[in-house]
Design a protein around this ligand. Structure first.
Ligand code: CA
Length: 408
């Protein structure tokens, strides 16, 4: 029997069960009004109320205003809770029907308290495109370190916002090479970066690196992430310390966190390694958790018009390698740490994950139904969606991440 009248191939069926945090429309939306929810079709299950109604030992863990306690609980509990939820939405569906709310009747909130935020640069196609655009005279479009370590930087966790939040156009300094002096004003080259975000659950003590084999013990799940980027601010400020105010004004994530347990059919091998890797990054050996890549098919739409379909399977560095690298110096993890994959760009022109690449730095405008676009205009709505292969050919839907640009 299909769950709750949803079609059997619903990408948010009982095989998926992503987690979020919601409040009921018409009630308050403060911490006391927020509840852990699990999406099933076009509904959200009040997970804490269901656990209480069914006498589950996880009632306290799920009766919370954020996902942080669940994130901290660890891999065994994550699997146990998921197994219980699967039973509730199938075997016990009559008991939990009154605890389902239509998505249209709830407000979705940032699902966890973001601790540290790191962003990587793991797509070879993206890195080469950026190299060709900004360093056209370089012998190699990749920097010498690129194939030896996952390049990243620390971003600003306090400005991570949930899908649906408006994004104000940032102001800052910019200076084109031909300008005599810098000017200040609203960014005129506001861009997107289509990425996948990984959510850390189990923390570590300082001084304890996480090996590749520890990835699933520490990382709970993933979400879509849009790393909004002001290219003009970025271009003037980034030498020599990297991204700063051109990125830190906002980062959007989806309201739903897909547990890695829902993505067992989506494992794929990453691209062939062209350079030998140091042992802490060497993922050539088989592991019981399967290969480190994920087959996620992303779509990027501007005002409802699809402009790109980046394939996550093309990412050179895996999330496990990124976790190993960011802790190899002994840096600790905290519950709620978020790290972005880096812009996802495939090999073809319609698979690029940023307007910088899609318009080749503004030289080749996109033709949209509502006019040409080089970079984003006020009022533009950018939406990332994605799916992954699931059991029996059914798709696993990722929660969308959307945001509208408003004047700053
Ligand atoms: Ca990025």
């Amino acid at each position: 029997m299909p769950p709750f009248d949803a079609p059997e191939d619903d990408p948010f069926g009982p095989h998926n069960l992503p987690y979020g945090v919601f409040s009921l429309n018409g009630s308050g939306s403060g911490p006391a009004d927020r509840k852990v929810g699990v999406r099933i079709g076009d509904h959200v299950l009040d997970a804490g109320a269901a656990a209480t109604a069914l006498g589950s030992p996880y009632a306290t863990l799920l009766t919370q205003p954020t996902l942080n306690p669940l994130l901290a609980a660890g891999r065994t509990t994550w699997s146990d809770v998921r197994r219980a939820l699967t039973a509730w939405v199938t075997v016990h569906r009559e008991a939990i029907e009154p605890l389902l709310h239509p998505l249209s009747s709830v407000t979705l909130h940032l699902p966890f308290e973001v601790a540290d935020y790191v962003d990587f640069y793991a797509s070879e196609n993206h890195a080469r495109n950026v190299g060709r655009i900004f360093r056209p005279d370089a012998a190699d479009s990749l920097t010498p370190n690129w194939k030896h370590l996952p390049i990243g930087y620390h971003g600003r966790s306090g400005t991570v916002v949930v899908s649906g939040t408006d994004v104000a156009r940032p102001s800052g300094q910019r200076k084109a090479p031909t300008d005599p002096t810098p000017v200040f004003g609203p960014s005129v080259r506001l861009d997107i970066e289509a990425e996948v975000g990984f959510v850390v659950g189990v923390p570590t003590a300082q001084g304890t690196p996480v090996p590749l084999s520890g990835f699933r013990d520490h990382v709970f799940g993933l979400c879509l992430l849009n790393d909004w980027s002001a290219r003009d601010i970025q271009a003037w400020e980034y030498v020599p310390l990297g991204p700063f105010l051109g990125k830190s004004f906002a980062t959007s994530i989806s309201a739903w966190i897909t547990p890695l347990d829902a993505l067992e059919e989506a494992h794929v091998a990453p691209p062939a390694r062209t350079h030998p890797l140091l042992p802490y990054l060497d993922d050539s050996a088989e592991t019981s958790d399967g290969p480190g890549g994920y087959d996620l098919r992303i779509s990027v739409a501007i005002n409802g018009h699809t402009v790109s379909e980046p394939p996550f399977s093309t990412m050179y560095w895996t999330a496990a390698q990124q976790l190993a690298h960011m802790t190899v110096n002994g840096a600790s993890l905290r519950t709620g740490d978020l790290y972005g994959s880096g812009t996802v760009s495939g090999p073809s022109a319609d698979q690029r994950g940023s307007l910088l690449e899609l318009t080749w730095n503004g030289q080749e405008p996109l033709e949209l139904p509502d006019g040409k676009r080089t970079f984003l205009e006020d009022g533009d709505v950018v939406t990332l969606t994605a799916w992954a292969p699931g059991p029996d050919g059914v798709r696993v839907g990722l929660g969308e991440v959307t945001g509208r640009i408003v004047s700053g």
